[in-house]
Design a binder for this molecule. Structure first.
Ligand code: PEP
Length: 258
């Protein structure tokens, strides 16, 4: 099954509107030459409108970093799926920083994924074990639970073009922002032996094989090829390196080479 690679940049809480206005044209210049890869950038909410305007006429998609599950209401500070969908095609859900610092649970991830799909957004659902879980041999159990509970009650199907309207990002927490990426082989084995089988048990083999699974955790231009050369890894979710145009362009170029 051929899955089109996707590379998404998670800007986290970086980039004011003024800074984004400098970075985006540099990204567009580097990325517009590269074919065969879906490119997505996920700025903070405050910069989305400005970045959307700068991406007009390019093939670069726009994503948010989170949303709330209610469509509207008295929820001070929250952003609803319909608000995100006015601007974006994608939304990151369940990033480990949200799970660690903001009390996000598999149950809240599940409500957000359902709400995002209902709004027509493509969720990038993040899963990953902590260092402690990894060292205790709990990687498999943790990932199975995160996928199962995060996606429960969802009727995930192929669309007419045989695509699945959701991506998984496997991001071992110990590899995020640490400069210590997992090995390509380790990440590939986790996707093949844990994540796809769990998807298959929930949605069947066809959906499991068609779902794109990204790797995230200290991906840089110089190590990206190690991940994109793996059979089960369909792209990357990139944090720190997505804030440097040459790094991000280098990662997307590596994804195009496969
Ligand atoms: C991320 O924020 O999802 C991430 C993978 O960060 P970094 O690339 O900086 O490790």
């Amino acid at each position: 099954m051929k899955r089109k690679p996707l590379v998404a940049g998670n800007w986290k809480m970086y980039q004011t509107i003024a800074e984004a206005r400098q970075l985006v044209p540099e990204l567009v210049r580097g990325l517009q030459e590269i074919m065969g890869v879906q490119k997505v950038i996920c700025p903070p909410f405050t910069a989305l409108l400005a970045v959307k305007a700068l991406l007009e006429g390019t093939d670069i998609g726009l994503g948010a970093q989170d949303l709330f599950w209610e469509l509207e209401g008295a929820y001070t500070g929250e952003i609803s799926p319909k608000m995100v969908a006015e601007l974006c095609q994608y939304v990151i859900i369940g990033h480990s920083e949200r799970r660690t610092y903001f009390g996000e649970t598999d149950e809240s991830v599940n409500r957000k994924v359902k709400a995002a799909l209902e709004a027509g957004l493509i969720p990038i659902v993040c899963v990953g074990e902590t260092l402690e879980e990894n060292e205790k041999g709990l990687t498999e159990i943790v990932l199975q639970r995160q996928v199962k509970v995060g996606l429960q009650g969802i009727d995930l199907k192929l669309d007419e073009q045989e695509r699945v309207p959701l991506l998984i990002a496997y991001e071992p927490v110990w590899a995020i922002g640490t400069g210590k990426a997992a090995s390509g082989e380790f990440a590939n084995n986790v996707v093949r032996e844990v994540i796809r089988p769990e998807l298959a048990s929930l949605f069947g083999d066809q959906v499991a094989q068609a779902t794109r699974v990204l790797y995230g955790g200290s991906v840089k231009a110089k190590n990206a090829g190690e991940f994109f050369g793996q059979t089960e890894i369909d792209g990357a979710l990139v944090g720190g390196a997505s804030l440097k145009a040459d790094e991000f362009v280098g990662i997307v170029a590596a994804a195009a080479e496969g």
